[in-house]
Design a protein around this ligand. Structure first.
Ligand SMILES: Nc1ncnc2c1ncn2[C@@H]1O[C@H](COP(=O)(O)OP(=O)(O)OP(=O)(O)O)[C@@H](O)[C@H]1O
Ligand SMILES: [Mg+2]
Length: 343
């Protein structure tokens, strides 16, 4: 793989870490850079698995590869433009500044279409659009329309381009269904980091820290969970309670029937017990709460960003068809179930 500059990312306040591993995911971006993306690539995966980090790295890789890069992450109030036409770049950044000041971040996402057109009007360029979590910013009900707009840029550009790469990430479990029912996107899941990659990240975390084995067992290679644990001074109990509180799992479990609670407990042991017609409403709710990822049936590497998860690893909560986003997500559900049933 050609050498690429690795971006620096904020891991927790006061600790920046260089983007580690994910070599295959970087290679995939390089390949898209050569061929373009025929569809907008929409990436989904466990919360905290590293989608945003990878998109930042992708912007860097494409920019080094001669692409004109528009990068937006509205929820984080981040906007970059590595664009060679100064007037377009300045107009875009100025527009973004105004939209941010007016708390109208969704506007930036929609405005991308105009600025890409303005750029192509001046130069037949290689254009990359990297949009992180735009669907939350524009509203989930517009997600499909937005993706259609992106596809139109690829299929029916007003001014021609030399090549185009569009990558979008979403951390919203529900957006997958909303977008996936159309032909407009190429959806790709991304999983937590591989054991080797995650170990490289772990080594950069200052001591004192638990053994790698223990951290791996708790996080399943999810860097966001690693940050959460670090923040909680490695208290697993605190991290689990934080998940229960954030997602209001107590209320969720109260809303379930006795039978559904039994199914949920079974799913804690083995998520592959979930796919069944009568359990669909429960499954839907678990997807909505960003606790599980469904339909991960195929592990063909071409279908995944970076490396697919193992075929099955029930210790980490990974089934053949369904997986808990991380072991800690599963443990949060287990604890909330216990508490409600003993209350
Ligand atoms: N390959 C990596 N190298 C170094 N740090 C990483 C890597 N991947 C993720 N991180 C760090 O882990 C944390 C979580 O990652 P990130 O925010 O990218 O996850 P995400 O999938 O976008 O989460 P969400 O679904 O909540 O948007 C961040 O602090 C990020 O900088
Ligand atoms: Mg993100």
């Amino acid at each position: 793989m050609p050498r690429v500059r690795r971006v620096r990312l904020s891991f927790v306040p006061g600790l920046d870490i260089e983007f580690v591993d994910r070599d295959r995911a970087i290679q995939q971006v390089l390949e898209w850079g050569e061929r373009g993306t025929r569809f907008p690539v929409v990436v989904f995966g466990p919360e905290g698995c590293g989608k945003s980090a990878w998109l930042r790295q992708a912007a860097e890789v494409l920019s080094e590869g001669g692409y004109e890069v528009f990068y937006i992450h509205p929820l984080d109030r981040l906007v970059h433009a590595e664009v060679s036409i100064p007037s377009v770049k300045e107009a875009f950044l100025e527009f973004a500044r105004k939209a941010l000041a007016e708390d109208a971040v969704g506007r930036i996402a929609w405005a991308l279409f105009d600025f890409v057109r303005d750029l192509l009007k001046v130069r037949k360029a290689r254009v990359a659009i990297i949009a992180d979590d735009v669907f939350q910013a524009i509203g989930l009900r517009y997600a499909a329309a937005y993706v259609k707009g992106l596809l139109n840029m690829i299929e029916h550009p007003q001014y021609s381009y030399e090549n185009i790469v569009i990558i979008v990430a979403t951390s919203e479990g529900l957006s997958r269904a909303e977008i996936g029912r159309h032909r407009w996107a190429w959806m790709m899941p991304m999983w937590n980091m591989s054991r080797e990659g995650f170990e490289k990240l772990y080594r950069q975390i200052p001591e004192p820290k638990p053994s790698f084995e223990e951290v791996w067992r708790l996080t399943g290679g999810n860097p966001g969970m690693l940050a959460k644990l670090y923040q909680a001074r490695w208290s697993m109990d605190e991290a689990i309670k934080n998940i229960i509180t954030s997602k209001d799992l107590d209320t969720f479990i109260l809303s379930l029937s006795a039978e559904e609670r039994k199914w949920l407990l079974e799913a804690v042991e083995n998520p592959d017990t979930l796919p069944a017609k009568e359990k669909l409403p429960l499954m839907q709710k678990l997807i909505e709460l960003n606790l599980i990822i469904s339909s991960i049936t195929y592990r063909d590497p071409e279908l995944w960003v970076d490396q697919p998860p193992p075929q099955k690893d029930l210790e980490l909560g990974i089934g053949k068809y369904i997986a808990w986003q991380t072991p800690l997500h599963r443990e949060a559900v287990r604890k909330a179930l216990q508490e409600v049933s003993t209350a």
